[in-house]
Design a protein. Structure first.
Length: 202
């Protein structure tokens, strides 16, 4: 969790969680509802400036956090831009039945800019506020305890999954794929245990 690590020494960490939440969620709302690519691009530029220039979030951590969401945004934009059908006067590019029209390209650009700006606004909050402080802020705001507890458990589970993934990658890299037989053996043991339990009941 590079962003959570970057949030602890952030220059904005001492600012009120409510203040940062209002700012970031406001920028997110503008980005998500605007119909102008220019406004969406401006929101993205403002968020990036605040993150790198004001809050001093490390550029490497910021770029790494954006990389995953940007991949999904790019795939979504491509599905909007590419159309299937016959040639039209609005074509920008066409190869047989597959093409890109001006209208589709404009829609794809708008969606990509809006999604990127909205994601950046949410990441700004994550990069300047440790998750434990966000959870404490939710409690102070009167969010039901059940919702806050689910968020806290999910947060802990993410770290557990990351640790397990790192251990698995290290074992695969160092021992020549030993995990597959182990998984098979575990499944076999479980299957055998179920069979034994079934026979015992019979």
């Amino acid at each position: 969790m590079r962003l959570d690590d970057a949030a602890w020494p952030s220059r904005w960490r001492r600012r009120s969680v409510a203040e940062k939440s209002v700012l970031c969620l406001g920028l997110l709302l503008v980005a998500a509802t605007t119909g102008s690519p220019l406004v969406a691009a401006l929101v993205g530029a403002v968020v990036t400036t605040l993150a790198l220039g004001v809050a001093r979030v490390p550029a490497r951590a910021w770029g790494a956090a954006l990389l995953g969401p940007l991949a999904f945004v790019l795939v979504g934009a491509l599905t909007i831009a590419v159309t299937v059908g016959g040639p039209t006067a609005d074509d920008l590019w066409r190869a047989g039945p597959v093409g890109i029209t001006r209208a589709a390209a404009g829609s794809a650009l708008l969606v990509a800019l809006r999604a990127t700006a909205a994601t950046s606004a949410l990441l700004l909050l994550a990069a300047t506020t440790p998750v434990v402080e966000v959870i404490a802020g939710l409690r102070r705001a009167g969010v039901p305890d059940a919702v806050v507890d689910v968020a806290a458990v999910t947060y802990r589970m993410i770290f557990g999954l990351l640790d397990a993934a790192r251990a698995a990658i290290a074992e695969i890299a160092g021992c020549g794929l030993p995990l597959l037989p182990r998984v098979v053996n575990i499944d076999a043991d479980r299957h055998g245990g179920r069979e034994a339990a079934r026979e015992g009941h019979e």
